[in-house]
Design a binder for this molecule. Structure first.
Ligand code: SF4
Ligand code: SF4
Length: 454
């Protein structure tokens, strides 16, 4: 009983609010979800535009096909994301949390669903505190059912990034979904339903590590949502009978709207708090109050500690050494990745020397080494490759002219390299296998292996 009461006390029922920050939030929810839900359906050159196939260990990003050797790009993307988060936090605090974090976005969607089936926040609060009636059971069932359907579709969409979406949905319709697809979809759906549908802001407050370490990236010039106490205090209800010039209190009329709309359930007038996700909804709530009371907007606004204390405008991006440092690192990292992707060849090559045979003499008296040449064709069409040797003079590759590899597949070819005994000294000689696409000879890929002369 006491646990139930505690849960009911802790549950937050944010009041809906309109305004520019809410419009931005809605916009971000719409854009991120459109991208997330539509991308697995998008086809590109006959295959899913974005797909990570663990079976063949390939990643498809439109024209780009990534193999395990390309994990460096994943590392680069993670580094860039981390730097972006550091830069963003340094500049504008938890803006990521307020506008684009999946937890915030899905919580917002679950709140909308709750509102549709259970009514406005005051009705929901009263009904939740009251006894279970047939209407309450019906509304709760409908609301939880809609959340579960949304969560299931979210789980299925996530799996659609790893298993082609269209055949998977066809299998689902026939009741033939595979065990791992079912397991992952249900698992992610359960997480979405629990974290966004029920735990909500508690995740941001108590589970998210970013909420804990973001403080080290803040400084006195970091933008965050602030209440201006020099303007607002002493707060007090506005008495219309008193002339504006004679009113003793500050601009805050203590209407409480900024607290009622806050999805984190905090009072921003108590100063900077780690629970604040910088969503700006309290600004949307307060600005119209200032309009009505004839005070300038911005009692609650995005500002910095230094700006609040000095009365000067906040420092810009280029005036912040830490922001410049992160920006510089991001530019360097992006440039390196951009050049790498530009030069990224649409095929990969591996060469393995046949270790079972040290070297052998052929009928012409030459010394031969055998190799397995493996070419990965990442294009969606059949390709023809040519190979030449570099590095050791006098060596000859047999059958260098034609290696055919089907679309999006890899081909293994056993090749021999021969050399007259007098052309090379005894020992190991480094060889470079230079492979070129016959239709695009400027694209070459090198692989290395030793040639052993007895
Ligand atoms: S919305 Fe503005 S006026 Fe109302 S309590 Fe909050 S800070 Fe004060
Ligand atoms: S205090 Fe304002 S900015 Fe911070 S979470 Fe609450 S509504 Fe959003």
């Amino acid at each position: 009983m006491s646990q139930k009461l505690q849960f009911q006390t802790l549950k937050i029922y944010p009041r809906p609010v309109t305004g520019r920050f809410n419009r931005w939030r809605v916009g971000f929810v719409a854009v991120t979800q459109l991208v997330f839900f539509l991308l697995p359906w998008l086809m590109w050159n006959g295959r899913p535009a974005v797909r990570f196939d663990f079976g063949t260990m390939r990643g498809y990003l439109f024209d780009l096909v990534l193999l395990p050797q390309d994990l460096i790009y994943l590392a680069g993307t993670l580094i860039l994301s981390a730097l972006g988060l550091f830069l963003w936090t340094t500049l504008a605090g938890r803006l990521w949390c307020g506008f684009s974090c999946p937890q915030t976005v899905y919580t917002q969607i679950m709140l909308w669903i709750e509102q549709v089936f259970e009514g406005p926040q005051r009705t929901r609060r009263l009904r939740d505190a009251g006894p279970w009636t047939p209407e309450k059971i019906l509304r709760k069932t409908a609301s939880q059912g809609a959340m579960a359907v949304f969560a299931l579709w979210t789980g299925l969409t996530l799996v659609g990034y790893f298993s082609p979406m269209r055949p998977m949905v066809a299998r689902l319709a026939e009741g033939m979904l595979g065990p791992w697809e079912t397991g992952f979809a249900l698992g992610y759906a359960a997480f979405t339903w629990l974290l966004a549908g029920h735990l909500r802001e508690a995740v941001c407050k108590h589970m998210c590590p970013y909420a804990r370490f973001q403080g080290v990236m803040y400084d006195r010039d970091t933008l965050h949502v602030t209440y201006d106490p020099t303007r607002g205090e002493p707060r007090g209800a506005l008495r219309r009978s008193t002339p504006a010039a004679a009113r003793p209190q500050g601009d805050c009329v203590d209407c409480g709207l900024c607290v009622q709309v806050c999805p984190a359930g905090i009072d921003i007038r108590q100063g900077l708090q780690y629970e604040c996700i910088n969503c700006g909804l309290c600004i949307d709530a307060c600005d119209p109050v200032m309009d009505k009371t004839g005070r300038p907007r911005g009692l609650i606004r995005f500002s910095t500690q230094n700006a609040l204390e000095s009365g000067q405008p906040p420092l810009g991006w280029l005036q912040r050494p830490r922001a410049l440092f992160y920006s510089g690192l991001m530019i360097v990292c992006s440039a390196v990745m951009g050049v790498g992707l530009y030069l990224h060849a649409p095929f990969k090559v591996d060469v393995l020397r046949d270790r079972a045979v040290f070297a052998r003499e052929n009928e012409a008296g030459e010394i031969e080494n055998a190799y397995t040449l493996r070419i990965f064709n990442t294009r969606g069409e059949h390709r023809h490759y040519r190979v030449r040797l570099e590095g050791a003079p006098g060596v000859r590759l047999e059958g260098a002219g034609g290696f055919q590899v089907p679309a999006d597949a890899d081909g293994s070819f056993v090749v021999t390299v021969a050399a007259q005994p007098e052309t090379l000294s005894s020992g190991s000689h480094p060889l470079r296998f230079v492979v070129e696409d016959a239709a695009d000879p400027l694209r070459t890929v090198e692989a290395h292996a030793p040639f052993l002369m007895p």
